[in-house]
Design a protein around this ligand. Structure first.
Ligand code: SAM
Length: 231
């Protein structure tokens, strides 16, 4: 049985998709999507040989070899232009997801939906979507085994869901424009933990030698910590 995090990811894959799951590891996402009859074709991309072999074994185990290709390569380089209609990238940091999308823009021509699950730094993914003509159409947050995961869904479009005011927009990118309104339990847990981490950092900073730059940083962190406590 797939875990809740990846099940939620699969729920966002449109029926009939040619799905590319990048950084697929055991290929659980394309395999589960295949078993649910969601995808017409799947590509499991992996940059490392061990996880690529795990993906191939899983695809063989469920008898999906005719539908799901397992490919070795970096990011979207495993795809042909206009091949995938949906791309999922899960279980990585937001900066890595962002850099994979940035480097593979020539493979996004036929993509109708991006399903992205950053483990940390979701703001980098949201800002990439905003800067590259994608609308964030849905957001989810899932708690599992004491960890909290965000899932972000982007589609081509220009409709702005963010504030015109730059300070407000920065907070929306950090917290998520939908999640900050809905404030589910997992969201509150995530941000109270992040605030605790900043409290710890601030305590360490206060104990060290003070400089103008450090004082500036402390002010910035306090502001961020207070906002995290507030949401
Ligand atoms: N997507 C799975 C999940 O969410 O459970 C696996 C996540 S695992 C933590 C991250 C995987 O991404 C690893 O198997 C790693 O080899 C792969 N990976 C990291 N950078 C990659 C890249 N640039 N291109 C393709 N795969 C990559």
């Amino acid at each position: 049985m797939l875990d809740r995090r990846l099940k939620q990811v699969v729920d966002y894959i449109p029926k009939g998709s040619v799905l590319a799951d990048i950084g697929s590891d055991h290929a659980y996402v394309p395999c589960y999507a295949f078993q649910q009859g969601i995808i017409s074709k799947g590509i499991a991309g992996e940059v490392n040989v061990g996880p690529m072999e795990a993906a191939r074994a899983q695809v063989d185990l469920i008898g999906a070899g005719d539908t799901i290709d397992v490919r070795l390569g970096d990011g979207l380089a495993v795809l042909q232009p206009n091949e995938a209609t949906c791309i999922s990238i899960c279980g990585m940091g937001g900066s890595l997801i962002r850099s994979i999308l940035e480097a593979g823009q020539d493979k996004l021509g036929a993509v109708e939906r991006l399903v992205l699950q950053p483990n940390v730094d979701g703001q980098h993914v949201r800002s990439w979507l905003l800067e590259h003509g994608y609308v964030l159409v849905e957001e989810a947050i899932v708690e599992e085994n004491d960890k909290v995961y965000e899932i972000l869904v982007g589609e081509k479009g220009t409709e702005s869901i963010y504030s015109d005011e730059s300070d407000e927009r920065m907070w929306q990118l950090l917290f998520g424009p939908y999640l900050v309104q809905e404030r589910p339990e997992a969201f509150k847990l995530k941000w109270s933990r992040e605030a605790d981490k900043l409290d710890y950092v601030l305590g360490q900073m206060a104990a060290g030698i003070q400089s103008e730059a450090l004082i500036q940083k402390q002010v910035e962190f306090k502001r961020m910590r207070d906002k995290m406590r507030e949401v």
